[in-house]
Design a protein around this ligand. Structure first.
Ligand code: SDX
Length: 432
């Protein structure tokens, strides 16, 4: 029972009403307005959820003013430095870091689920070769529920767990198959002796014709990028997964909904949009004119990879990716890469500009990740698909949390109706 109360008073003399205030372990308190309609006949109005907590969660914490991101309490910097992706996936799913035995068992189960039903591969041939990878991912991941009937009973804990393993294990395979189909190359079956990330890179870049030799610097870079993208509390795609999940839809369908939501350029699609923007700017000398267009708000130009609903400070992930980006370019002997120089010049100019300072617009996770992918020869259209691969861990953990939450109800926002009020139908012949 909450001891703190918030009192809502009205200027028209209606009696004031009290609401309980809840405190989390850290972060802003929340006012429990669930009884607002019953007590006042009013709704709250909050498009974009600017001030609304949609759930309780104990997975990820962000302090946007300080630029802090923690998974299950651990700072992202420590996780990115010291863990591999599956270790972080275990943490996000289970709440604690694994001990060596737990890690081995988890790696093993994920590895053993990495192959997809052979018939699933036929889905790809229904798509055009030039289909956007995110379109293919939405379809193929949604279709998983047609293949794995034995793990879609959402009320059975073991079933939920198996779906989680399946999704985390199969997303690299499905994502790589999407790329291979695009390229017109044969699908590569997963190799159990490889790590999660090496296996993904092998399925992307290996061919049956020659031995694929993983490059440890590149594997580490991609693994780190996956860690940085693994979860981010109630962002748009995660909220989509939760909303779909609140109806009792199966986890594969929910994750497919999340993929669709991630695709937008204001969200995960921004990594692709950053590269397009850098291409469009073309040269450092064109930056001032581009910044001017952004500030003029001509309706089209945005500084993609900048700004965030929660971070009003540097996105801590962007800092880590920037470092990783330099490591990769060094390894690939691409230090003088034009794109990185352009991105850094653009960042510097924007960070010193009053427009961006006033609005607290800083680089976000998507600003540098695309440059790493591009340096590795990954086509721009695949960038958001790799984001989806990593975020699957967060989505499935958040979905599991939702299902286990006794406060959870079907998501059903209300509205401020501004349309026509009741009127009588005029027969067609009499309409002007
Ligand atoms: C992700 O939420 C998450 O956690 C998402 C994410 C995750 O891990 O899940 O972190 C991943 O989605 C990162 C964000 C990727 N998107 C982009 O890089 C696209 C560019 N950014 C913007 O579209 C925007 O900043 C958002 C969508 C990210 C945030 O939007 P908000 O919080 O609704 O802010 P806003 O659009 O109302 O902007 C406030 C002001 C406006 O100016 P004014 O009307 O006050 O004059 O800032 C301006 C905006 O026009 N603005 C920008 C800008 N971002 C905001 N102006 C130029 N360039 C930009 N990038």
């Amino acid at each position: 029972m909450s001891e703190k109360l918030a009192t809502l008073s009205f200027s028209d003399g209606k009696p004031s009403v009290d609401f309980p205030v809840f405190s989390g372990s850290v972060g802003p308190d929340v006012i429990d307005v669930r009884a607002l309609y019953a007590k006042t006949g009013m709704f709250t109005y909050d498009p974009g959820f600017m001030s609304t907590a949609s759930c309780r969660s104990s997975i990820t914490y962000i302090d946007g003013d300080e630029g802090i991101l923690q998974y299950r309490g651990y700072p992202i910097e420590q996780l990115a430095e010291s863990c591999d992706f599956l270790e972080v996936a275990y943490l996000i799913l289970n709440g604690e870091l694994p001990n060596p035995q737990q890690k081995t068992a988890f790696d093993d189960i994920v590895t053993k689920h990495s192959m997809v039903h052979e018939q699933l591969s036929r889905f790809y041939s229904g798509f055009r070769r030039d289909a956007h990878p995110m379109a293919v991912l939405c379809g193929v991941v949604g279709a998983l529920s047609a293949f794995y009937h034995d793990s879609i009973n959402i009320h059975d804990e073991r079933s939920r767990e198996i779906s989680a393993f399946r999704l985390i294990a199969k997303l690299p395979t499905i994502t790589a198959m999407t790329y291979k189909y695009n390229m017109g190359q044969p699908f590569m079956y997963p190799k159990n002796k490889l790590s999660y990330t090496d296996n993904f890179l092998y399925m992307m870049f290996g061919t049956p014709c020659e031995e694929y030799v993983p490059n440890p610097v590149i594997s580490r870079a991609i693994d780190r990028i996956l860690i940085l993208h693994a979860d981010h509390e109630q962002n748009a795609s995660t909220s989509t997964v939760r909303l779909a999940g609140s109806t009792g839809a199966n986890p594969f369908a929910c994750i497919s909904a999340g993929i669709a939501s991630l695709w937008g350029p204001a969200h995960g699609g921004a990594n692709e949009a950053v590269l397009k923007m850098l291409d469009e700017i073309g040269d450092v000398k064109n930056i001032p004119a581009f910044i001017k267009r952004v500030k003029d708000k001509d309706g089209h130009a945005m500084l993609m990879g900048f700004g965030h609903r929660v971070y009003k400070n540097y996105d801590p992930r962007a800092k880590i990716i920037q470092r990783t980006c330099h490591e990769v370019l060094e390894e690939l002997d691409m230090k003088d890469n034009k794109l990185i120089k352009l991105a850094m010049a653009l960042e510097k100019i924007a960070l010193e500009d009053d427009y961006f300072i006033k609005r607290k617009l800083y680089p976000n996770v998507d600003f540098y990740s695309g440059i790493v992918y591009k340096a590795l020869g990954i086509p721009v259209s695949m960038f958001t698909a790799i984001f989806a691969l990593a975020r699957t861990v967060g989505w499935i953990a958040q979905w599991k949390e939702l299902i286990a939450d006794t406060d959870q109800k079907i998501g059903r926002p209300r509205q401020l109706f501004t349309g026509a009020t009741r009127r009588d139908l005029v027969p067609m012949a009499k309409r002007k």
